[in-house]
Every structure is written in C-alpha cells, then in structure tokens.
Ligand binder design. Structure first.
Ligand SMILES: Cc1ncc(COP(=O)(O)O)c(C=O)c1O
Ligand SMILES: Nc1ccccc1C(=O)C[C@H](N)C(=O)O
Length: 379
C-alpha cells in the first residue's frame, strides 16, 4: 500500500507496508496482548499467538527466500547485532587466523561491528580492499571474508558463488550481508556454500521500520560455532532456568533475548506476500525495471552531469540504479519535494531502489519524467 502521488524508489531502505499488516498489528495489540496477556507466550503451538515460537515461524519464511533450511536461520535483533554474532562465531572457527577481509566501501555498520569485535579481542586486523581486489586478497592469513552482496551505493552485485568457493578453497569462512539481496531476488546460500549470512527485515522484505533481522548459520557449523551472545531465549529450555547455558537446537540458539513480538508479527504477515511468489520471476521483473529505467535515463546523461555507477552487466546488478551528480544532495531534496522518493548517499550518489513486487514500468517512466523536470529546473 503506497500513498497516491508518490513514486517510491526507496523500498531498499524502508519497504512499503503490505495491506495485511495493520489488521495483524491491531489483532496482536488488542487480542494477544490486550486480552490474552502473558498467556500468549505459550497459548497454542499451532496458533499465531504462540509468541515463543514466532521467531522460528518467521525464520522458516525467510529461509525459503535465501536458500537455507529453516533450522539454519534465526530471526531477531538488528542486522548490526547479527553481524557481530556471525563474525564472532566465524572468527572462533578460524582459529589462528586473525584477519577479517572486507570491501573498503562496505556498509558502515559492517565495518564498525568488525572494529568493535577487534576492541574486544585485541588481536584482529580488519583488512579493507576495493571490491575489485577481493579475490586477489584471499590469502592464507585471512580467517573471515565479510562482504555485502549488493553495494548500498552503487548497486553492484558480487558473485557470491564464485567468491564463496574461492574463500573456501583458501580455508576462509564467509559472512554475507544480504541487506540489499533478501526479497530483491532469490539468494541460494547453501548452493553457494556460504558459512554465515545476515540481512534486514525492513527493506525488500517489507517488515516495517526496525523490523527484526535474520542470521543464517550453515548446518555444518551448528555444533562448533560458539554462541557468543548466549541469552536465555537461545537456551534449549529457557524456563528450566538452569544455571548454565545449553544451546537450543539449530540456529534458534542465536536468538538472544525476548522476541520482539509486535515487530515480528508485522514481519510474519509481510512475508506472506512472498508465499506464492517465484523469486526467479522477481529477478526477471527487477532486471526489466532497471533496464527500462537506465534506458529512459540515457538521454539525460548527455545533457546533465550524471554518471551511471551501477554496472550495466545484468549479473553484476542488484535491484537499484545509482548515478553520480555533483549536486546530488540538492537534486535528491528537489526530487523528494516533487514526490520522487529516492536517496542521497555520500558523497555524490543519487540512488533509486526498484522493488519488483510493487513497481510497474510506468513508475519508471514517471520517475524519469520527474528527474528530468528537476534537472531542467536546476540547469
Ligand atoms: C548493507 C547493510 N547492512 C546493514 C544495514 C543496517 O543494519 P541495521 O538494521 O542494524 O541498522 C544496512 C542498512 O541500514 C545495510 O545497507
Ligand atoms: N535503517 C535505516 C534507518 C533510517 C534510514 C535509513 C536506513 C537504512 O536502512 C539505510 C540503508 N541501509 C542504506 O542502504 O542506505
């Protein structure tokens, strides 16, 4: 559901609200919380108000979209916190190797969480190289490769299968950030042999502002990967109130504290939109939208100081298109005022997110008409 008069090209930052969400939130508030109160934690294992099982139910829906088994996914916390959990587990498995290799332009929180972990352990090196140089830097001293599949600025998509295979051949564990992948196209974590992954619930999954994030841990690591944030909700039997931590089966052990019921419920309902969706169709539509958008923008590149920064090769593209412009900040402010909602990203990027589930080709045309009008007015 989108308000009229807008072209919303920001579903890669905050997805639109599915129509079914307000009724679910209202039910959770008035009935499950308002009437059932504490009984909702364990009300009925089969019913939607079994709050204790909510993270697992949502995990199963996410798993289908990312090529994982349900017991390999934990839902809760933020992407940042899940990145910390994944990095800590991967580093522990990496033993003597104390280097985390990453893309110098990775999303800030990925870099910051690695830096924070370094503060804790005191012996980490965060090695940052340009994304084009990642493969050449997969050397024997690297323990963990931390990458975001689709770059938040340029929309460039890395070859997850190839990089995961190259890392594995060097004995390097992978942590993939799927913030701009999950729900935008089909991801195949197990097909790629990925070790760990994280991602957001509020972007292409449309779970709402601050929606819980997800964490993927490949089954082969369940026994050995340490649970550093070992909270009671990841315990095998929380209400046994045991003195020592014993992990729940599978990825559920990576759930830390009390599930965020309101936001998990919104995400749970939002994910039902994907129930009968073939992700191959979503990818095809996404590419068709970006192809159309780039073609319509083509003539503007000759008239205005715009440079395409998104790869033209379709395999190297996520679900957004970005351009550099020397006044990108001001141009985006004008666009937003004109009802064309995209993002400015430092230092000079105009970013347009394409969401195949709710964009039409007519939206692409309308957006480019608006961009043209704004650029002409400023010229
Ligand atoms: C690649 C990437 N990772 C992580 C995040 C966000 O993490 P969090 O939800 O913890 O703020 C974002 C967007 O905010 C992102 O683009
Ligand atoms: N979580 C947010 C809260 C407020 C504003 C933006 C965000 C984003 O998600 C930004 C996004 N990750 C990006 O790729 O720029």
């Amino acid at each position: 559901m989108l308000p009229g008069g807008l072209v919303y090209l920001d579903g890669n930052s905050l997805g639109a609200m599915p129509r079914s969400v307000p009724a679910r939130l209202s039910h959770v508030a008035s009935q499950e919380w308002g009437q059932q109160l504490i009984r909702s934690w364990t009300a009925d294992a089969e019913a939607a108000q079994d709050w204790m099982a909510l993270p697992d139910r949502v995990a199963a829906k996410v798993a289908r979209l990312i090529g994982a088994a349900p017991h390999e996914v934990a839902v809760g916390d933020s992407t940042s916190v899940n990145t910390f959990k994944a990095l800590a587990a991967a580093l522990s498995l990496a033993g003597e190797r104390r280097v985390i290799l990453t893309d110098a332009d990775n999303f800030p929180t990925d870099l910051y969480m690695a830096q924070g972990l370094g503060t804790l352990t005191g012996d980490l090196e965060l090695r940052r190289v340009p994304s084009a140089d990642i493969a050449a830097n997969l050397t024997g001293d690297v323990g963990v490769l931390l990458l975001t599949e689709v770059d938040y600025r340029t929309g460039r998509r890395l070859d997850m299968a190839a990089l995961s295979a190259q890392a594995r051949a060097q004995g390097i564990l992978t942590v993939w950030d799927l913030a701009h992948s999950a729900g935008a196209f089909g991801v195949d974590l197990n097909g790629c042999g990925a070790d760990f992954a994280v991602g957001c619930g509020y972007k292409f999954l449309n779970g709402g502002p601050g929606a819980p994030a997800f964490l993927f841990v490949a089954e082969r690591h369940h026994a050995a990967a340490p649970v550093v944030l070992s909270g009671w909700m990841g315990h095998a039997d929380p209400f046994e109130m045991a003195r020592d931590y014993a992990p729940a089966p599978g990825a559920r052990r990576f759930v830390v504290g009390t599930p965020q019921v309101l936001s998990l419920s919104a995400l749970d309902t939002a994910l039902d939109v994907f129930a009968d969706v073939d992700m191959a169709d979503v990818r095809e539509k996404s590419l068709s939208l970006s192809r159309t958008f780039m073609a319509l923008m083509g003539p503007l590149l000759a008239r205005f100081p715009l440079t395409l920064v998104t790869p033209e090769a379709e395999a190297e593209r996520g679900s957004q298109v970005s351009y550099r412009h020397p006044q990108a900040r001001e141009v985006m402010a004008d666009l937003i005022a004109a009802g064309i909602i995209g993002d400015f990203r430092t230092p000079d990027i105009l970013r347009f997110g394409l969401t195949p589930l709710y964009h039409s080709h007519a939206d692409m045309w309308q957006a480019v008409q608006g961009i043209k009008a704004v650029l002409e007015a400023r010229a």
